[in-house]
Design a protein around this ligand. Structure first.
Ligand SMILES: OC[C@H]1O[C@](O)(CO)[C@@H](O)[C@@H]1O
Length: 500
């Protein structure tokens, strides 16, 4: 632990150049969000269903007794989920490219795959072509989600890292909202509305491509690869000052320490890695088990299921998208003021109440002929907004922030890759299973998610330590070693410390 621990006061300002780099790279978040938001609307569009899923279209036309099952089709779910499966696999490859070649090339690869994939899926004539397009886009998402959050925080001055990390999630929510708006507009454009929706993903991809060409490589990545002089030059440029030796030194020490560990993935198997690994993975798994993506992917379908017309359901999705963006802004302010645990716990209560209430209303009020009384329908939309609101200022951004600040430098990128892939894995599972679960569990599915939220509440109370205000490299000493559950993993016995 001989590192410089004067972590937060290096000279430097937020220069216009850094802001430009942030904005361009953050298009990676926009791209990811656009995709999350676009697929649900497209799956609900008649022209799309007629072309690729005529049976689902027929079922939809003749809404009958079992309305909950009208969208239950494995291939329809595969349309949404295939992207996350390929993102899951590619995020491990991306973590290698990211450390061996740098953040910039990883971002460029991401943009190219996304660009090709979105053009391909928009122009498809067959279902398999759409799916291949989605798989390409998934590689883009896997590479982007690995490199962009790292890039954003590595070029940020230390004291702004938390807020900048949330910028990624904020752009994800802006992407989702944009997609909801696009779907709302293209619904009326027969028969190619869905093609326009899918094709417009090209815009964030092109922006990211331009960004990938313009942005600088990060100083950490250059120094990690022994390109010290270039690292110094970049640091001067992004900080807007000449005096950067102290920060350069600190990055060098951190990189040297990381290099002592030859195999970060092996290091993750050691006892001391258990606490951050468990926390990093569970934060992401729980983020998905709130049921957020059941709403984000399938809100338009969900609202159609409970009796809204196409138009009304897409409009509701737009409202939810707006709530999502504005509530994420709250966390930028709240995360360092109230702390992580308070935000997460408050959200557990609000999410539990709203999910349970939605479930009960649907169980009691949704008739077999697929009608929900007007008042109940409005209440369901309001409750969905309350649910999304609390998710957006807590588990949404903190699902990324906490894993990025709990690992020590030696295992940070490897540990983060596990967190990213757990997110993709559970996003995939929800995308693939939700419509079938809806068919079999009906409105009880909401109670299923509320059950998970109770488990998450216990997790926060008993297991999750507070990391507010703790410098990133002091987490082991100040947090883990003092925590009643986790301190036993930090044995004082030197043999154990060395991993013997
Ligand atoms: O804003 C909601 C979105 O945020 C994420 O949880 C990513 O952090 C997505 O999985 C979800 O769709």
């Amino acid at each position: 632990m001989g590192t410089t621990n004067k972590l937060d006061h290096f000279p430097g300002k937020i220069t216009p150049y850094v802001i430009t780099c942030w904005l361009l790279a953050a298009c990676g978040g926009l791209m990811f969000g656009y995709d999350i938001g676009i697929s649900g609307g497209v799956t609900g569009m008649d022209d799309f269903l007629k072309e690729f899923f005529p049976k689902v279209y027929q079922r939809k036309q003749h809404a009958h007794e079992n309305n909950y099952c009208k969208f239950d089709n494995q291939y329809l779910q595969l349309f949404t989920s295939s992207l996350y499966l390929s993102a899951l696999v590619s995020s491990f490859l991306a973590s290698k490219v990211c450390s061996l070649k740098g953040r910039k090339p990883t971002i460029l690869i991401s943009a190219v795959f996304f660009l090709v994939g979105s053009a391909f899926s928009a122009l498809s004539q067959r279902l398999w072509m759409v799916i291949i397009g989605r798989v390409f886009m998934g590689v883009g998402v896997g590479f982007g989600n690995e490199a962009v959050p790292l890039f954003l925080s590595e070029i940020a001055p230390m004291q702004h890292r938390g807020a900048v990390n949330i910028l990624f999630q904020l752009l994800v929510t802006v992407g989702i909202l944009t997609a909801n708006l696009v779907n709302f507009a293209t619904l009326r454009l027969h028969p190619i509305g869905w093609r326009i929706s899918l094709g417009l993903a090209i815009i964030p991809a092109v922006l990211l491509l331009i960004g990938g060409i313009i942005i600088t490589e990060t100083p950490t990545s250059l120094i990690e690869r022994d390109r010290i002089d270039e690292g110094r030059k970049v640091l001067r440029k992004i900080r807007g000052v000449d005096e950067v030796e102290a920060e350069l030194q600190q990055i060098r020490e951190a990189c040297d320490q990381a290099k002592l560990v030859k195999h970060p993935y092996k290091e993750l198997r050691k006892k001391q890695s258990v606490p951050p690994l468990v926390i990093g993975i569970l934060m992401q798994v729980f983020q998905q088990m709130t049921g957020i993506n059941a709403v984000m992917f399938y809100a338009p379908i969900l609202f159609q299921t409970v009796g809204f017309k196409s138009n009304g359901s897409l409009l509701s999705a737009v409202i939810i998208g707006l709530v999502n963006v504005f509530s994420t802004l709250v966390s930028v302010y709240g995360v360092d003021k109230f702390g992580r645990r308070i935000l997460l716990l408050q959200a557990c209560v609000q999410m539990f109440v709203s999910q349970t209430a939605i479930g009960i209303i649907l169980i009691l009020k949704l008739t077999d002929t697929n009608t929900l009384p007007k008042g109940a329908a409005v209440l369901v939309v309001i409750l969905t907004c309350l649910f999304v609101m609390s998710f957006a200022w807590s588990w949404g951004p903190l699902g990324w922030l906490i894993p990025s600040e709990t690992f020590p430098i030696e295992t940070r990128t490897a540990g983060f890759a596990f967190a990213v892939s757990s997110n993709m894995m559970f996003t995939f599972l929800i995308a693939q299973a939700f419509l079938s679960m809806l068919c079999h569990m009906r409105a009880y599915i909401f109670l299923f998610f509320s059950g998970w939220i109770v488990v998450m509440g216990f997790f926060v109370v008993f297991i999750l330590p507070e990391t507010k205000g703790v410098p990133i490299d002091a987490v082991a000493d100040r947090v883990w070693k003092k925590h009643p559950v986790w301190k036993r993993f930090f044995n004082e016995d030197p043999k154990q410390e060395n991993g013997a």
